[in-house]
Design a protein around this ligand. Structure first.
Ligand code: ABV
Length: 274
């Protein structure tokens, strides 16, 4: 897979040289190219932003440097690995939520181009113009506002890179990831333990030492339900009831969840305090 990143802070992308992504690059599984947007800003101060039409706070990134940068990146791919339509990934708080499903989709494409913005964003005409030549995905990594799209690029690239064939070692592997399609049906993962069996008077749950695979699997599933109900009740609410057995239903009931008429689960209505 080829990944291009155009940014005014190339040094912000240094973490792409280390750990899983860095190793994938060394092995030739990933071709990452980081470009400085200011290379395509030609005035004395390499200006990349200007005041917004219509007024308002902040600055907007000018279209001309982005246009030249993207043309140069696209031209560098001609005749190469990149005959397929590249994906233009634009991190923005107004994008679609970045999910494991989107990570899988992106991991199946040969060429991703990221355009992290600072200031209030990029002049809209850039995204509209390149939308005619590229598959644009405006993506948000969560409901909070950052100072720029560089940190989201690091997040998205790592989530995608670990899905590429041969990138994850066998010790890791993503079959059981929370959120992986086909993991424990949309439940969060429970707690994990390793040696020693007693640490500061705290014992590893006995069932994990029992060697009883069936009991271990059930315990893990119970812990997954406890965590998911506590931290992500929204996942329980949209859980497919057909994936729940009698034991699951009993546990959910103990945790204060009830099966509604449509089969889905909801929190037991709480009495309103005086
Ligand atoms: C991109 N906040 S994505 C650019 N959550 C600026 C801020 C920002 C993003 C996100």
């Amino acid at each position: 897979m080829r990944i291009d990143v155009v940014t005014i802070f190339p040094e912000y992308l240094e973490p792409l040289n280390v750990s899983l992504v860095g190793k994938a690059r060394q092995r030739g599984q990933l071709d990452v190219r980081v470009h400085d947007l200011r290379d395509w800003a030609h005035d004395k101060h390499n200006t990349v932003d200007d005041t917004p039409y219509g007024g308002g706070p902040g600055m907007v990134m000018k279209p001309e440097p982005w246009g030249e940068a993207l043309d140069a990146v696209l031209e560098s791919g001609e005749g190469g690995e990149s005959d397929a339509r590249p994906v233009l990934v634009v991190p923005t708080p107004s994008g679609v939520p970045f999910t494991q499903e989107l990570a899988v989709e992106l991991s199946e494409r040969p060429w991703l181009i990221f355009t992290p913005a600072r200031y209030e964003g990029i002049d809209r005409r850039v995204i509209d113009a390149y939308g005619e030549r590229l598959d644009v995905r405006e993506v948000s990594i969560g409901d909070y506002v950052l100072a720029g799209g560089e940190a989201p690029v690091l997040v998205i690239v790592e989530a995608v890179a670990r899905l590429l064939p041969g990138v994850l070692g066998n010790a890791e592997s993503h079959r059981d990831d929370s959120f992986a399609p086909g993991a424990m049906a949309d439940l969060l993962e429970g707690p994990v333990y390793t040696k020693p069996p007693v640490w500061r008077d705290r014992e590893v749950p006995e069932v994990l030492l029992s060697g009883h695979h069936g009991k271990v699997a059930r315990w893990r599933r119970d812990e997954a339900f406890r965590r998911t109900t506590a931290n992500r009740p929204d996942l329980i609410e949209r859980c497919d009831p057909a994936t729940l057995d009698k034991h699951d239903r009993k546990l959910l009931a103990e945790l204060g969840w009830v099966e509604r008429a449509d089969g889905r689960f909801g929190r037991v209505a709480q009495a309103v305090e005086e």
